[in-house]
Design a protein around this ligand. Structure first.
Ligand code: KIV
Ligand code: NA
Length: 259
């Protein structure tokens, strides 16, 4: 199969072909996701919550992200791999963002970095983009700002917020971002943004009109203890794993394993 690139994603938008993104955190999930049709593997900093046991994404470090992204890259064959820059690794200055991106790209071998923020990150996105780095932007619900907002609730509910998000989308696109994640915003706003920016939008809780969709691995497979309302589980893998382990544990306790 041909390798997916930033150009593939742009062409897909232009020809109205939907693109499948999924998070992945290690080599085996990368292999399974890709074999099942995921075209972009996002090593999200959701890693902190779904795999590392933190209660937000704030404690995730660049070293954590590189460790897991390198595993995803080893597991993929043709998918495009994007690594989230974690909290504190890019907000200080565009130079800091550049240094963090270089570490991620060189030490993991991934294809792109993702940063949270709109208009206020445009200068940084432009700085990275001009230096040849593929940058994905992420606006709407931005979990690294949860302490400021106080919740993981929907964004873009007021007219003022909708205007700002529209401006954010236009600005990051103009700054050279190659794709734009829209998280937990009204479907009609995501539709308008998707129609008005040239770069592909990737929706999560942002309605059906985005150019691509992304879900968190653990939510899609029913491994999470609970899912956000916009992330339906397509399987009940937590139950399947619990059942297998408990039947084996009972066999060991009962002295009937190995048979
Ligand atoms: O960290 C993550 O998994 C993400 C996606 C939900 C977009 O940023
Ligand atoms: Na993230």
């Amino acid at each position: 199969k041909k390798a997916v690139t930033a150009a593939t994603l742009l062409r897909a938008k232009q020809s109205d072909e939907k693109i499948v993104w999924l998070t992945a955190y290690d080599a085996v999930s990368a292999q399974i996701a890709e074999a099942a049709g995921a075209e972009v593997l996002l090593v999200g900093d959701s890693l902190g919550m779904v795999s590392l046991g933190f209660d937000s994404t704030l404690p995730v470090t660049l070293d954590h992200m590189i460790h897991h992204t390198a595993a995803v890259v080893r597991g993929r064959s043709h998918a495009w791999v994007v690594c989230d820059l974690p909290f504190g690794s890019y907000q200080k200055s565009k130079q800091q963002a550049f240094e963090s991106s270089v570490r991620v790209l060189q030490e993991s071998g991934c294809d792109a970095v993702k940063i949270e923020g709109g208009e206020h990150m445009a200068e940084t996105i432009e700085f990275l983009s001009e230096r040849g780095i593929a940058v994905v932007a992420h606006i709407g619900l931005t979990p690294q700002s949860v302490k400021k907002f106080g919740s993981y609730g929907k964004r873009g509910k007021s007219e003022g917020e909708q205007k700002q998000l529209t401006r954010d989308a236009r600005t990051v696109s103009g700054a050279g971002a190659v794709a734009l994640v829209l998280e937990n915003i009204p479907a009609d706003l995501a539709n308008a943004i998707t129609a008005h920016v040239e770069i592909p939008t990737v929706g999560i809780g942002a309605g059906i009109d985005c150019d691509a969709q992304v879900l968190v691995w653990n939510d899609l497979l029913g491994i999470s203890e609970s899912n956000p309302p916009f992330a339906p589980a397509y399987a009940n893998v937590r139950e399947t794993m619990t059942d297998a382990i408990s039947r084996w544990a009972a066999d060991v306790k009962g002295g009937v394993f190995p048979k």
